[in-house]
Design a protein around this ligand. Structure first.
Ligand SMILES: Nc1ncnc2c1ncn2[C@@H]1O[C@H](COP(=O)(O)OP(=O)(O)OP(=O)(O)O)[C@@H](O)[C@H]1O
Length: 420
């Protein structure tokens, strides 16, 4: 057994969670998984040294991960589907043993890992509160003192004496979070299940986690980067079981996570009368910076010129150019549209068009740029589409805190009055 969990009094600056070189392997096929399971039991009984290397069909779901957490620290655990986050959480919560490495946890652990896990479906909500509290190591008196707060926080009073098997998924999450959080554990582990709750409840949970953080170490798995940016002060970006980014650089971890979702989908359309030959986004020194991921890098709030070279057929009449900026959720978050600057073009042949943005206020993150070139009819309405492409290039915005809104205004700030 490689997990040590101690229910002891801890000091404020103690390391509550210490994970050292933890690895866990799984077999891809059920047959082999069962076979290896039997072999491992045999090795366990015979106390023979077990072979820790990968056997046929096995892979590392968690691969040599280490970190430490103190009270007041919140680790944002992020990564693609299948990166190994839930497996790591299950190791931390003692649900599965690591094959290599050690986990040491001091104090009580409150965890919300799998939807409904930890609940006995035939018991009522109230009975489950007592059960879970007891598992966390609380006495009946301790739980008596907390039970009303838990029911209120979960907002399930009407259903508290009904068996949990009849709860909706949202209700199970509410109760699960309320038990884990209201019992004020030393270590709180929250998996993505929180996403099942509605927006109101999620906000309430985040606020509660913020309050608990003064006395608790929190491990928080999420695919919602704004939430991670809001509460995490440490980051672990996992990829194929390994640590890709770890430590205090939360924004770097989030940035790398976003960059791994380069949007390669493309819809191309239009009647072919306009062809895009090239596009450049240049700074004030007429330079374009391309980062290692092949994204053009722009600094937030600086000036940039968009320059396109077009091949325009003689049959084309007047036209507008419209760039769209699309975030990693495929949501259009901004436009640069000549219509709104009252610019209508009518040049034909090889044409270069430049448009300058003085303050590029898109927030930090990666975006793809789309383009549409459309006919302007004599009554100034939109006519034929000459060119349409939803992904002509990817850009990365740097220079502002990550995870915030897609648009950042930089105001001029001043104090008008101070009461001394
Ligand atoms: N019991 C198991 N047996 C075999 N493979 C498993 C088992 N549990 C998890 N895996 C595999 O381990 C890898 C890591 O899974 P895990 O659930 O930890 O990923 P995750 O990062 O939590 O993903 P998600 O974001 O989708 O929740 C995946 O390839 C998964 O299929």
């Amino acid at each position: 057994m490689n997990i040590k969990s101690e229910h002891i009094e801890t000091n404020n600056n103690d390391v509550l969670v210490r994970v050292e070189g933890v690895s866990k392997k799984f077999a891809k096929s059920l047959k082999r998984s069962l076979l290896y399971g039997v072999q491992d039991v045999f090795y366990g009984i015979s106390r023979k040294a077990q072979d820790k290397s990968l056997r046929k069909d096995e892979f590392w779901a968690v691969n040599h991960v280490s970190f430490e957490l103190r009270r007041g620290e919140c680790l944002g655990l992020i990564g693609h589907n299948g990166a190994g986050k839930s497996t790591l959480l299950k190791i931390l919560n003692g649900l599965i043993n690591p094959d290599v490495g050690t986990v040491t946890i001091k104090g009580r652990v409150g965890a919300l890992i799998e939807l409904g896990a930890g609940f006995n479906p035939i018991l009522t909500g109230r009975e489950n509160i007592y059960n879970n509290g007891a598992i966390l190591g609380f006495s009946k008196q301790d739980i008596d003192a907390k039970v009303e707060d838990i029911i209120d926080f979960a907002e399930v009073r009407e259903f508290i004496d009904m068996p949990v098997q009849n709860y909706s998924s949202g209700m199970k999450v509410r109760l699960g979070f309320a038990v884990a959080a209201q019992m004020e554990p030393d270590v709180l582990i929250i998996d993505e299940v929180l996403a099942v709750g509605d927006v109101g409840f999620r906000m309430k949970c985040l606020t509660r986690i913020g309050e608990l953080l003064q006395n608790t170490a929190v491990i928080f798995v999420s695919h919602a980067m704004p939430q991670v940016a809001r509460i995490a002060n440490k980051i672990l970006l996992m990829d194929h079981g390994k640590e890709l980014v770890g430590g205090d650089e939360v924004s770097e971890g989030i940035q790398r996570y976003y960059q791994s979702f380069q949007n390669t989908d493309k819809i191309v359309g239009g009647n072919g009368l306009v062809k895009l030959k090239s596009i450049k986004i240049l700074n004030n020194e007429s330079k374009e910076t391309v980062n290692t991921n092949g994204f053009v890098e722009l600094i937030h709030n600086e000036a940039y010129s968009f320059e396109i070279n077009l091949d325009i057929d003689d049959k084309v009449s007047k036209y507008w150019v419209n760039y769209s900026f699309i975030d990693k959720d495929a949501k259009q978050v901004a436009n640069l549209f000549s219509l709104f600057s009252k610019s209508i073009f009518e040049d034909k042949g090889q044409v270069s068009i430049k448009s300058k943005i003085e303050n590029f206020i898109l927030g930090q993150g990666t975006y793809t740029i789309g383009i549409a070139i459309t006919e302007v009819r004599s009554d100034n309405s939109r006519g034929e589409i000459y060119l349409f492409n939803t992904n002509i290039m990817s850009i990365s915005i740097v220079g502002v805190p990550t995870g915030s809104s897609p648009v950042q205004f930089l105001g001029n700030w001043e104090i008008l009055k101070t009461n001394e």
